[in-house]
Design a protein. Structure first.
Length: 123
């Protein structure tokens, strides 16, 4: 009789552990999906900010007839606030290519330039 009671308790504990594992696994999947969604939103926000900055630079070119030397020059022409950084807090890199050509680069999620996740906008 004691053996049956022990087996029943053992089975109940096993079922409880299984359900706890399944709940944890589902929460883990949801957390992973949430992180992926958050990263996607950060990328979209960065692209939007970089496109806004691109329009400001194009406006500068239209009015001044040249590309700005740096983003600070844009700020004196038109106030720029948080658009100068990406969604991960890294300063967006501005490169003047030649008279009316430029490139904006975000370091992306890893915060390092010249890697796969860089986001590039230019004209």
């Amino acid at each position: 009789m004691k053996l049956k009671g022990f087996l029943v308790i053992l089975i109940l504990v096993g079922v409880g552990v299984y359900f706890l594992y399944m709940m944890t696994a589902e929460e883990g999947k949801k957390a992973k999906q949430d992180i992926q969604s958050f990263d996607r939103v950060k990328k979209e926000l960065t692209v939007t900010n970089m496109n806004t900055l691109k329009k400001m630079i194009i406006n500068f070119i239209a009015q001044k007839g040249r590309t700005p030397q740096n983003l600070k020059e844009i700020q004196t022409f038109q106030p720029v606030s948080s658009i100068k950084v990406d969604a991960w807090g890294t300063t967006i890199r501005y490169t003047k290519i030649y008279q009316n050509r430029f490139r904006l680069v975000s370091a992306g999620k890893d915060g390092k330039f010249e890697t796969e996740d860089d986001i590039k906008v230019g004209n």
